[in-house]
Design a protein around this ligand. Structure first.
Ligand code: SF4
Length: 207
């Protein structure tokens, strides 16, 4: 069992192999060597290198949206997909405008596409946000499939629900990056709960 989150050594960030803790994954050097080969694959190599260059050039200066735009430019991507949440449609329009101004072609698909009621897929009536009313299901599989059909080169997830985002990642053929992680309580800033976990959010998080 690996417990990097609880590690006090962080030998992986230093050049001191002798400080590797007992249950450190780095004891399996062969595994790391084999995994390195994955980065060498043509479909991964340039993407990984360019992502890392962006990290370096923009470090502490470029906001995430700028980093995404620069990654698209570095990779030569022209056709970008955006899967967005209906609740963030105003923001999605602004993002769409910004991407276009930066020379990108944007194919966007809203989560509620299809307009299919939640009960049709088996969501219990009493688990809807407003039971007794028509509520369209989020449709991340279709969002991904529509973007696949449009041959988008890179996809951006904007505010998809927890779990729905997972299905979108699973079905997207192109690489996906998340611009906005949905948090309806914290203005889409989920780490706010972590910063307050030892204080105001202690009980809410059962911490
Ligand atoms: S990889 Fe090893 S040294 Fe690095 S955080 Fe995990 S346990 Fe600690």
């Amino acid at each position: 069992m690996f417990t990097c989150a609880q590690c006090g050594m962080l030998a992986c960030s230093m050049d001191h192999p002798e400080k590797i803790p007992k249950n450190c994954p780095m004891h399996e050097q062969k595994f790391f060597d084999e995994s390195l080969a994955e980065y060498e694959k043509p479909e991964n190599h340039d993407f990984y290198i360019q992502s890392t260059i962006i990290e370096g050039i923009g470090y502490g200066q470029w906001v995430r949206l700028k980093e995404i735009i620069e990654l698209c430019k570095q990779m030569g991507y022209k056709r970008i997909g955006m899967a967005f949440c209906r609740g963030l449609r105003k923001e999605a329009k602004i993002i769409d405008d910004i991407l276009r101004k930066n020379g990108l072609e944007v194919i966007s698909v809203i989560c509620k596409t299809g307009g299919i009621s939640k009960e049709k897929i088996g969501v219990p009536e009493d688990c809807k946000v407003h039971p007794g009313t028509f509520e369209p299901m989020c449709n991340p599989v279709v969002q991904a499939r529509l973007l696949n059909e449009q041959n988008t080169e890179f996809n951006i997830a904007v505010g998809l629900c927890v779990g729905h985002d997972s299905l979108f990642y699973k079905y997207s053929q192109a690489f996906v990056t998340t611009l906005i992680a949905k948090d309806r309580v914290l203005a889409h800033n989920p780490i706010g709960a972590v910063y307050c976990a030892e204080g105001y959010y202690k009980e809410k998080l059962n911490f």
